[in-house]
Unconditional design. Structure first.
Length: 113
């Protein structure tokens, strides 16, 4: 198994934990995995997430500003927004509204006290 595949699998494990109606960003996942400067690698993992078993809810991962920068990697350019809307997340002009309110930070949510 390659280092990249191991990292991608770790990313997928974290993304599968994001609750419906919440989102996180590439950098937050990388930071949680101990690779704070790996947001781009997390993005590559998301690009490769379609078809994974069990499924990876890649639509819940956006950029640090709440923009749907990965939308072009879905079946249609609108699919990511449609999936988010089904979970009650409002998107306007490819940007999540109330981003701070729906943001899920794995460093906080998955913290072991």
């Amino acid at each position: 198994m390659t280092v990249e595949k191991d990292f991608f699998d770790q990313v997928y494990q974290v993304v599968r934990l994001i609750p419906k109606g919440r989102v996180t960003n590439y950098g937050a996942i990388g930071k949680y995995l101990g690779a704070a400067r790996s947001a781009r690698m997390v993005g590559w993992a998301m690009n490769n997430a379609h078809g994974q078993i069990p499924p990876v809810p890649a639509h819940r991962v956006v950029n640090s500003q709440g923009l749907l920068t990965g939308k072009m990697h879905f079946e249609t350019p609108f699919k990511m927004q449609e999936l988010l809307a089904e979970e009650g997340i409002e998107v306007q002009n490819d940007k999540i509204q109330n981003f701070k309110k729906v943001f899920w930070d794995p460093m906080e949510e998955l913290r072991i006290d």
